[in-house]
Design a protein around this ligand. Sequence first.
Ligand SMILES: *[C@@H]1O[C@H](CO)[C@@H](O)[C@H](O)[C@H]1NC(C)=O
Ligand SMILES: *[C@@H]1O[C@H](CO)[C@@H](O)[C@H](O)[C@H]1NC(C)=O
Length: 314
Amino acid sequence: MGLPRTQLMLIVQMLFLFVADPVVVRSVDIDSSASSLDALLQEYAYKGLVNPKTGVPYDAAAPSNMSGISIRALRLRSGSFRRYAVDSFKEFEIPMGVIVQPYVERLVLVYQNLGNWSEVYYPALPGYTYLAPVLGLLAYNGSNLSATNLPELKMRASGDPIHVKFDNIKSLPDGTVAKCVRFNLQGMPNFSSVESGNTCSTIQHGHFSIVVESIAPSPTPTSPPGTVPPPSRKKNTTKVWIIVGSVLGGALLMALLALLVVSICKLKKRKKMEEMERAADMGEPLQMATVGETKAPTATVTRTQPTLETEYVP
Ligand SMILES: *[C@@H]1O[C@H](CO)[C@@H](O)[C@H](O)[C@H]1NC(C)=O
Ligand SMILES: *[C@@H]1O[C@H](CO)[C@@H](O)[C@H](O)[C@H]1NC(C)=O
C-alpha cells in the first residue's frame, strides 16, 4: 500500500532536482574554475615572496600558460593590517580597521588582475559587458609561504569601506549606466553603483569589475546607430531558450513517467482487489488446479491414506 506513495515522492524529488539543475550547474561551473584559479594564483603569488619584507608588495609571475594575468603579494602582521591603512595595493585602497577571520598572526594579501582572461573565468553575465578587467583581492594565512590550496580568509572592513579605483575603463555607450560588480567566492555577482566615475566600494574580499548593461534591441526601426547589441547577446538568448526548453521537456517527461507509474500501481492494486474479492466469494482461499480445460478447487489437506491390512504382517 505504501509503495505508490514512496515512488511518487521519489519522482517529485527527481523533478525538483531536474528543474533546479541548470541554475546549480551554472554557479558550480563558475565556482570550480574560478576557485581553482584562485588556488593556482595563490601558489604563484607566494613564489614571489622570497625572504619578503613585511609590508612590501612583491610582483609575482603568473603561470606561463596564462600570460595577461598579473599578481602581487603583500605580507603583513594581522595586527598592523587592522591598525594601518594600505594606501595603494595596485587599484585597491584598504583603510584601517579591516579584520580577517579566522585569526592568523601573519597574512598575505593577494592581488589578481585577470586582464584578458577575465571573461574566461568570470563569463560576462547575460546582458552585461565588462568595461574593466576583473580584479581580485584575497587574503591567506601567511605563516607558511610554501603552502598551497590555502583557504581564503574572510576579510571585513569594520570602518570605512575598501575602494577599488579602476585605471582604464572602456568608454561607456551613450545612454547607459555603468555598475560595479562583486563576485563572492562562489562566483555569485552583486551589483552596486560606481562612485566618482571609476571607483567601487566594498567591505569584503572578492573579485571586482565594472560592467554596463547591454542595450536591448529596439523593436522600432528608428533606433539610432550604436544601440546594436553585441553578438554575444543572441548567443545568450539562445542558451536561455535551450535551458528553458530542456527544463520544460524534462518536466513533461517526468510527468508522463509519474503518470505511468501511478497507473501501473493502480492496475496492480485493482488486480489484487479482484483476486481478493474472488477469494472472498468462494468462502475460503482454495488452490486452483487445472482439470482438463476448466479450473476446479482442490482440497489442501490430504485425506487419510487408505492402508492395506497386509502391511500389518507380523
Ligand atoms: C596552466 O597550467 C596550469 C598548471 O601549471 C594548469 O593547472 C592550468 O589549468 C593551465 N591553464 C590553462 C588555461 O591552460
Ligand atoms: C591574453 O593575451 C596574451 C598576450 O598578451 C596571450 O598570450 C593570451 O593567449 C591571451 N589570453 C586569452 C584568453 O586570450
